[in-house]
Design a protein around this ligand. Structure first.
Ligand code: SAH
Length: 245
């Protein structure tokens, strides 16, 4: 009886791994088709009506291989419009939100952009695809390392990733034309506002942990004052601090 159960268990494990292996190795063309479909259906002409109109952003989202930035266990879901786990309790954002934040940031060609929360590296790749020069900070060392590898393997060599607490921005490369934050602090970190160029824009979710937050834009005016705008309610992972707060 015991032998029979272990035999069944072995067969189950073999079949499951074969199936998972198969779904992870969808032909590139299949991924390509799914990606085009996702962008058309959820960004260009979404059911909720908020569409992405910037053609550079649409092209970038149609180009960046999101499946190469997610763990193999969820690769078959890479072209669904939803966030996915990337390990360490973190998630890669929903494609619509990545498109929206990129559009809100609206980087000119060659703009110097700071990203806080590299995560998988996907948002950084999209920014690089719209010809921004990207500096990205990730607080979890393992994620910083794997994002650096995945970005480089996908050909995005021009993204500079460092491990650290993004609360303080990145003085060495400041000021920035734009700053994008992909984790939600309860209030906007002042160093990030200070590291914006006049005319530059910060795109950031702000609000309580694991509850509804507001996606906001903060534009630094030429006279050094700031103009804030609430865009829409969102839900992001919490902004962490190196001191554990
Ligand atoms: N832009 C990412 C989204 C990752 S989720 C992507 O495209 O995949 C947000 C990330 O922010 C997580 O990886 C988390 O570890 C990181 N993070 C949270 N607080 C941070 C901080 N203070 N400094 C830098 N990274 C932070």
């Amino acid at each position: 009886m015991k032998q029979r159960i272990s035999c069944i268990a072995i067969i189950y494990v073999l079949v499951t791994s074969l199936l998972i292996g198969f779904s992870n190795r969808l032909p590139a063309q299949n991924y390509e088709e799914k990606r085009q479909e996702l962008v058309e259906r959820h960004l260009v002409d979404p059911p909720h009506g908020v569409s992405i109109n910037d053609t550079r952003v649409i092209e970038a989202m149609k180009t960046v291989p999101r499946h190469r930035f997610v763990p193999t266990s969820v690769r078959d879901q890479a072209y669904r419009n939803k966030p996915l786990p990337i390990g360490h309790g973190q998630t890669i954002s929903q494609p619509f939100i990545v498109g929206l934040m990129t559009e809100l940031l609206d980087p000119d060609t060659g703009a110097r952009i700071l990203e806080i929360g590299t995560g998988s590296g996907y948002q950084a790749a999209v920014l690089s695809e719209v010809d921004a020069s990207v500096y990205s900070i990730e607080i979890i060392p393992e994620l910083a390392d794997s994002a650096r590898d995945d970005l480089s393997e996908a050909g995005y060599d021009d993204v500079t990733v460092k491990q650290g607490d993004g609360y303080f921005g990145w003085k060495e490369y400041a000021p920035f034309d734009g700053i994008i934050v992909t984790a939600a602090p309860s209030s906007i970190p002042p160093p990030l506002m200070n590291q914006l160029k006049p005319g530059g824009r910060l795109v950031i979710p702000v609000g309580p942990q694991f509850r509804r937050q507001q996606l906001m834009t903060v534009t630094k005016q030429e006279d050094g004052t700031f103009k804030k705008r609430s865009v829409m309610p969102v839900r992001f992972v919490p902004f962490r601090r190196s001191n554990g707060q």
